[in-house]
Write a protein that binds this ligand. Structure first.
Ligand code: FE
Ligand code: FE
Length: 173
């Protein structure tokens, strides 16, 4: 078994929840902007018209998410800064890989839904955590902005589940 090691923090490592909250905002800001660039490719490679429409609708929502993160920064008196989110970078790369590994049609559509739901779940986890921190830190306007986006991520995830169950997975079998 690999030996576990204790990790020495970087010099500028967060020591307060406020700093950790801001780091999380920087990550999700990068992630939302990366999604605005990657969603059109997913949409173009989908076959089902319902799936194409769902991705298109969520692309518009995602553009709003970028703006909303900027508003969250503004509400706490900070400049909006993006910091590469390794997790989202990996999830987007996985989505790209899935396109190469599937033929166009129901199987690729099922794979696009699978990749998209991993992305939505990551966003749901992130916004849920950020909302909890905003509440603890007393950032009321930030909290309501984060909850609005959280609701839309959940809505997208539910719609994808419905599409998968109602048509796409069945056609893929
Ligand atoms: Fe989003
Ligand atoms: Fe999303």
């Amino acid at each position: 078994m690999a030996k576990a090691t204790k990790v020495a923090p970087k010099k500028d490592a967060a020591n307060e929840l406020q700093e950790f909250f801001e780091d999380g905002l920087k990550d999700i800001y990068w992630a939302e902007k990366a999604l605005v660039k990657s969603l059109p490719k997913m949409q173009k490679n989908a076959t089902s018209t319902h799936l194409k429409a769902a991705i298109g609708d969520h692309l518009e929502e995602t553009k709003t998410h970028v703006t909303r993160v900027e508003q969250v920064f503004e509400s706490i008196g900070k400049k909006a800064v993006a910091q590469k989110c390794d997790a989202m970078d990996g999830l987007i790369k996985e989505g790209d890989g899935i396109l190469k590994e599937t033929q166009p049609g129901p199987v690729r559509d099922a794979a696009i839904i699978a990749a998209s739901q991993k992305i939505e779940h990551y966003e749901i986890a992130t916004y849920g955590t950020l909302a909890t921190y905003a509440k603890l830190l007393g950032h009321k306007p930030a909290l309501s902005l984060l909850l609005q986006t959280l609701k839309e991520e959940k809505g997208c995830d539910n719609l994808l589940t419905k599409l998968a169950k109602s048509e796409i997975n069945l056609k893929a079998v």
